[in-house]
Design a protein around this ligand. Structure first.
Ligand code: AVJ
Ligand code: FE
Length: 436
C-alpha cells in the first residue's frame, strides 16, 4: 500500500477532503469548549509550567496560518506583528502572561478568520500532488494533530487550576479482574516505526528492524492500588529505589505521592478537575513523574520497558487491535475525552494486542525507559522544532496516549516526550522485566 492509499482508504480524494473538513470542525469545537470560560480564567497563568489558555487558543490558529495559509496556500501573513507572540521558542511559558497577547474575543476572531481561509485552501489543493506537505493531506494532519495536542495541554492546565465545573466527565466501561498479570513476548525481530502511516511524524520514521531478547511486560498499566502499596511501604523514603537525581528531586520538592493526592487518615483522596474524591483503586495511576515510575518499578523487582519493548508488545499494527480507526466506536480504547479520567484495569478487552497486552492505547501516557532519540535514518520533516531540537538525553519517551488524547493524534508508533520530573501530564506506566 502506498502512503496515499493508507489514508484514503476506499474514499478517494474527495472523501479525504470531507474527512479533513469534519476533523477540522471537530477539533475546533473541542478547543472552543475548553476555552468556554470567563476572561480571567483564560488570561491567568494557572501554573508556571503552562501558558494561559488564551495563548494556546491563538497559537493553534497561528500554527494553522503558518503551515496551511502561508506555506501551502501562498497567502500573505494576516497579522505578521503577532507571529512572535505565538512562537513557542521566542518566549518561555512563564513569560507568556506578560506579553501583549490577543484577548479571548480577539483570539477567537483571529483563529476563525484563519480557519475560513484554510477551508478555501482545502477546497483547491491537490491532495495527490507529489509535494510531501500536500500529498495525502499531510499538512492538514499536521495542524489537526497539533491542535489536539494543545487541547490535551489545555486539559492539563484546567486540572492545575483546580477550578470545578469546567470539564465534562462521562461514563466508562467497568474493569475486569486480571488474567495473568504479565505477558511474555518471545525473542525475535520486529519492525519499529513506520514508512506507511500517512500522517506519522518525522520522529516515527523510518521503519527499521530491531531484535529484542525475550521479556515480560505488564498486561495492564500499574493501578492506583498497586502504586499505593509502594507508597505505604515507604517507597518514597527509601533511596534504594531511586536514581540519585530522582531522589534529590523528590526530597527538594517534598514529593511523597502522585500529584493531586492527599492523605486523610487511612484514606487517600485526589483532586480531579476541582473536585475531591477517594483515589479509585482500579484505575491506572496518573500524574507520576518518570522518576516515580522508575522507582516503583525497581521496588517491584522490575524495570520500565524500553520504547522498543512497548511498541513490540502492540503486535506490529497501527493500533493494538488492528487497523480499525479508534475514532468511530468506543470499543477499543479510552481516548478522546469520553470521560475525564482513565478507565479501570481491564475495561477494554477488545483493544488488546495479539499478545494479549491491554490498554496500550488510551487511559494514561506510559513512561518508557528510553530517551527521545532519532531512529536510524531519521530525516527531519517539515521543521526542526517539532522533534529534532528535542533529541538527546534530556527527555524520556511516553507512549500510547491518554484518555485526553484524540484518536487522530495517537497510534502504536506515536512518540511523546517530556522531562523526567513532569507530573502535570496524564501519565502513568507499566513495568517490564527481562527473562531470567
Ligand atoms: C509532542 C506534546 C511534546 O506539546 O510540547 C505542540 C507537541 N509541538 N506544539 C508539546 C507540540 C508544538 C509537544 N509534545
Ligand atoms: Fe504548538
Amino acid at each position: 500500500m502506498t502512503d496515499l492509499d493508507a489514508v484514503l482508504g476506499n474514499a478517494g480524494p474527495t472523501g479525504l477532503k470531507e474527512r479533513i473538513a469534519a476533523e477540522l470542525a471537530a477539533v475546533r469545537e473541542r478547543s472552543l469548549a475548553y476555552t468556554d470560560a470567563d476572561d480571567d480564567m483564560l488570561v491567568r497563568q494557572h501554573s508556571p509550567l503552562m501558558s494561559p489558555l488564551v495563548w494556546d487558543l491563538a497559537h493553534v490558529g497561528n500554527y494553522e496560518e503558518l503551515w496551511v495559509l502561508r506555506e501551502v496556500g501562498g497567502i500573505e501573513p494576516l497579522r505578521p506583528e503577532i507571529d512572535h507572540l505565538y512562537d513557542a521558542f521566542k518566549h518561555p511559558r512563564k513569560d507568556r502572561p506578560s506579553l501583549p497577547l490577543l484577548g479571548p474575543a480577539e483570539a477567537r476572531k483571529y483563529i476563525s478568520g484563519v480557519r475560513g481561509r484554510v477551508l478555501d485552501v482545502l477546497d483547491m489543493v491537490d491532495l495527490a500532488a507529489p509535494d510531501p506537505l500536500r500529498s495525502g493531506g499531510y499538512v492538514f494532519g499536521l495542524v489537526l494533530q497539533h491542535e489536539h495536542q494543545h487541547d490535551e495541554t489545555m486539559l492539563a492546565t484546567l486540572q492545575l487550576s483546580r477550578r470545578p465545573g469546567l470539564v465534562r466527565d462521562g461514563e466508562l466501561p467497568p474493569g475486569r479482574p486480571a488474567a495473568e498479570p504479565e505477558v511474555h513476548i518471545p525473542a525475535g525481530v520486529f519492525t519499529m516505526g513506520t514508512d506507511t502511516v500517512a500522517w506519522a511524524y518525522d520522529n516515527e520514521r523510518p521503519a527499521h528492524r530491531i531484535y529484542l531478547p525475550g521479556y515480560w511486560i505488564d498486561r495492564r498499566p500499574v493501578t492506583n492500588a498497586a502504586y499505593l502499596e509502594f507508597v505505604e511501604d515507604g517507597g518514597y523514603r527509601d533511596p534504594r529505589w531511586w536514581l540519585p537525581q530522582g531522589w534529590e528531586w523528590a526530597e527538594r520538592n517534598g514529593v511523597e505521592a502522585p500529584l493531586y493526592w492527599t492523605r486523610d487518615g487511612d484514606t487517600w483522596w485526589r483532586v480531579r478537575f476541582g473536585r475531591e474524591e477517594p483515589v479509585p483503586p482500579d484505575e491506572p495511576v496518573q500524574h507520576v513523574s518518570w522518576y516515580e515510575a522508575d522507582a516503583y518499578a525497581r521496588w517491584a523487582g522490575k524495570r520500565l520497558p524500553t520504547e522498543a519493548e512497548w511498541e513490540k508488545a502492540c503486535g506490529g499494527r497501527t493500533y493494538p487491535w488492528g487497523e480499525a480507526d479508534p475514532g468511530h466506536l468506543g470499543r477499543w480504547a479510552n481516548l478522546g475525552h469520553r470521560a475525564a479520567r482513565p478507565s479501570p484495569a481491564g475495561a477494554f478487552p477488545d483493544g488488546a494486542s495479539p499478545y494479549g497486552v491491554e490498554q496500550l492505547i488510551g487511559d494514561v501516557w506510559e513512561w518508557t525507559d528510553s530517551w527521545f532519540q532519532p531512529y536510524p535514518g531519521y530525516r527531519c520533516f517539515p521543521y526542526e522544532e517539532y522533534s529534532k531540537v528535542f533529541f538527546g538525553e534530556t527527555y524520556r519517551v511516553l507512549r500510547g496516549g491518554s484518555w485526553a488524547t484524540h484518536p487522530s493524534a495517537v497510534r502504536t508508533t506515536f512518540r511523546n516526550w517530556d522531562y523526567p520530573i513532569r507530573r502535570q501530564i496524564f501519565a502513568g506506566f507499566r513495568c517490564a522485566r527481562s527473562e531470567e
